[in-house]
Design a binder for this molecule. Structure first.
Ligand code: NDP
Ligand code: OXD
Length: 310
């Protein structure tokens, strides 16, 4: 059963049918309590829609995140598998590199100068003089870290469990987060939304960010989840100068409210949750491979730990 809200289900159905012509796919509306349904492929399913499936064996998230699956209080107790795919990972790394380079190379300032017809060179540090702190050193954070390092940036990262990675200073725990924030010029957040990470990007977080940076001030990039951030605190930090600029791909409520001051803030780049879109033609085949793996007695990649929430 393919259970989707907020996304167009048709391209997914078409891609799944093409990837596995021998399997049958139905939508939430047609599936209801069908005992032949073994798998649910979901993005933000209607709450309760999976609880009436008597023989469900596995839930597949159409994205890397699973907060949209787990916040259904009547979720059946079957394994949840998320997307771990080179395609999605590359898309996220592209977004991160795009935003990091834009801030690093004075993109906002040069665009504003162009509007005014101003020909003026701005100071440009070398990449190795700038530290990017990755908050969330998982599949996506690790790949972005690797590519940023290959461009020349110093990179550090924060995760729940302590890591040891060649060339990347790794931190964990509350003290570790403070250390990372105080050492980084640009912060990239790639965390999942869980009960532990909700609202993490708040005033205390923003106040802990390094103030004197080679690019003129601290920069925040959040492509994890909107629930990680307190938008009022980000706006206050931008307005009182604690934060120089922010690139936000995700928001507390999506789509971002038309009245949100973030839309028109000169120091904010807004994108509509597109950092790493799930491409059905690629990911449908990936999900089918996971089903095949499961049916061959193997453990699918990206099984979610419900306790941790990611
Ligand atoms: P992973 O599960 O691979 O990585 C999550 C990382 O966050 C891990 O390093 C984990 O630590 C860390 N983490 C989790 N909880 C905590 C905590 N309480 N304290 C410190 N660190 C923590 O996920 P992915 O990298 O694949 O994806 C990350 C998120 O990106 C997704 O959950 C989703 O929300 C978001 N996303 C956004 C997209 C967009 O278009 N904007 C697209 C795709 C994903 P540890 O390594 O110790 O487990
Ligand atoms: C995801 C997303 O979790 O697109 O994959 O947000």
């Amino acid at each position: 059963m393919v259970a989707v809200t907020g996304w167009d289900v048709e391209p997914w159905l078409a891609a799944l049918r093409q990837a596995a012509p021998e399997r049958e796919f139905v939508t939430e509306a047609d599936g209801a309590d069908d005992p032949s349904i073994k798998y649910a492929v979901v993005w933000n399913q209607h709450r309760g829609s999976l609880s009436s499936l008597p023989n469900l064996e596995m839930i597949f998230s159409m994205g890397a995140g699973v907060d949209h699956v787990l916040n259904d209080t009547s979720l059946p107790d079957v394994p949840i598998v998320r997307i771990v795919s080179p395609d999605l990972t590359m898309r996220m790394s592209e977004y991160v590199v795009w935003q990091v380079l834009d801030h690093f190379r004075n993109g906002p300032a040069y665009r504003s100068q162009q509007n005014e017809g101003i020909w003026r060179e701005l100071p440009q540090p070398a990449a190795n003089a700038v530290t990017v702190g990755i908050v969330g050193l998982g599949v996506l954070g690790m790949d972005a870290a690797r590519i940023l390092r290959s461009i020349g940036f110093s990179v550090c990262g924060w995760s729940r469990t302590q890591k040891l990675i060649d060339g990347i200073a790794c931190f964990s725990g509350d003290t570790g987060l403070k250390q990372l924030l105080s050492q980084s010029d640009i912060i990239v957040v790639l965390l999942p939304l869980t009960s532990k990470t909700k609202g993490l990007i708040n005033r205390e977080f923003l106040d802990s960010m390094k103030q004197e940076t080679p690019i003129g001030g601290p920069v925040l990039i959040n492509a994890g989840r909107g629930g990680l951030q307190i938008e009022a605190d980000i706006l206050a930090a931008l307005n009182n100068g604690r934060l120089m600029a922010a690139s936000l791909d995700v928001f507390e409520a999506e789509p971002l409210d038309q009245n949100s001051p973030l839309w028109h803030h000169p120091a904010v780049t807004v994108t509509p949750h597109i950092a790493a879109s799930s491409e059905p033609t690629v990911l449908a085949a990936e999900i089918i491979r996971q089903m095949d793996r499961f049916e061959n007695g193997e453990v699918p990649r990206g099984v979610v730990d419900r306790e941790s929430g990611y």
